[in-house]
Design a binder for this molecule. Structure first.
Ligand code: SD4
Length: 337
């Protein structure tokens, strides 16, 4: 007898192969490979690549990669970033491995490497997410150092400027062409950061996937605000059977559309990473309607074969891709509007 279970298996195989034929991957798969958001990703990829080229685990690559960006002084990611509207720098981060283990921290203060705290949450607690004071307390218990209070020089200057009007108006994240691949991300001429986040996804030589995301969130946000980056399924998602996805842009809207998980499900149905990211961004455009012009949202993805792609709502998004010692390139993303 042709059971319902069998029918579903055959049916899903059929859809998968139809979709793959319909959306042939643009780039042949690479393994190992690492991708990260924005131009800071070039420097972060180098550290990740050192792990991957030595047969290391994707999980170690995505942690060590984004730590480079967290370490950059006067940077839009990490403790040098713009504060919230009350003057506190609060950091969000998440990490996920090939076994669907995941960990995250949100609203973490005075700790230099939130990504490593997120990994400790994943490995050393029964939980997925720790926030605020509890996250800081946990970090200290794991041997992290409490950094000094206060703002970086650049953030202090921007905060004073912001206080004059105290208006929360997040800019559209875009790349600053003049500063591309500079030693550290620089501010735009209007004083804003070009972006506040690095997201990284990797496929290692053993065919395993992992991802990480770390951010200071939106500058001058309300105290306690948390974006998409530490929310598994929104800012980051990994499914070792299918692929890895990470997001950047307006966190509230990425959460609203279940960003990274939505892209994952499109890939599971057989779409290429680029097409899956595009479909998710189209869904956001539909939700936002005419207000879509006011925001930016960007997704990058790799699949199990090492095929990669990205898509953004607006022009100006780029991502770094590395798959060899001499192949660490910045790709200008396609965009919808
Ligand atoms: C957030 N998604 O906190 C982050 C911001 C971001 O480049 O990606 N900035 O909403």
């Amino acid at each position: 007898m042709f059971s319902r279970r069998k029918f579903l298996q055959v049916g899903s195989l059929g859809i998968g192969s139809f979709s793959i034929a319909g959306f042939a991957p643009k780039y042949a798969g690479k393994k190992p490979i690492v991708l990260s958001t924005w131009d800071a990703g070039i420097r972060a990829n180098k550290a990740a690549w050192n792990v991957l080229k030595n047969n290391g685990r994707a999980l170690d690559a995505v942690e060590q990669g984004v730590m480079v960006t967290e370490n950059e002084q006067n940077c839009c990611v990490g403790l040098g970033a713009n504060p919230d509207r009350d003057g506190y720098v609060t950091l969000d981060a998440s990490i996920m491995d090939e076994f669907a283990n995941c960990g995250s921290v949100a609203c973490l203060e005075r700790i230099k490497h939130p990504i490593s705290v997120a990994r400790k949450v994943m490995e050393n607690t029964p939980h997925v997410m720790l926030v605020g004071q509890g996250a800081q307390q946990f970090a200290l218990s794991q041997g992290f150092t409490l950094e000094k209070d206060g703002l970086s020089e650049g953030a202090e200057r921007e905060y004073k400027k912001w206080l004059q009007k105290s208006e929360y108006k997040p800019g559209i994240n875009r790349e600053n062409k003049e500063n591309q691949i500079a030693a550290a991300p620089a501010r735009l001429s209007d004083g804003s950061w070009n972006h506040d986040t690095i997201g990284m996804i990797a496929l290692d030589a053993n065919g395993n996937l992992s991802g990480s995301c770390t951010t200071s969130g939106m500058g001058f946000k309300m105290r306690g605000r948390v974006g998409d980056s530490p929310i598994i399924g929104a800012g980051l998602f990994v499914d070792n059977e299918v692929g890895a996805v990470v997001a950047t842009g307006q966190g509230e809207d990425i959460i609203r559309m279940g960003g990274a998980h939505t892209v994952m499900e499109f890939m599971r149905q057989g779409l290429s990473p680029e097409m899956a990211c595009k479909k998710a961004i189209e869904r956001l455009l539909k939700i936002k309607g005419s207000k879509a012009k006011e925001i930016q949202a960007c997704m990058i993805a790799i699949n199990k074969q090492g095929t990669y792609g990205g898509y953004a709502l607006q022009k100006g998004f780029n991502y770094a891709v590395c798959y060899a010692d001499d192949k660490n390139i910045l790709v200008d993303s396609k965009f919808l509007i």
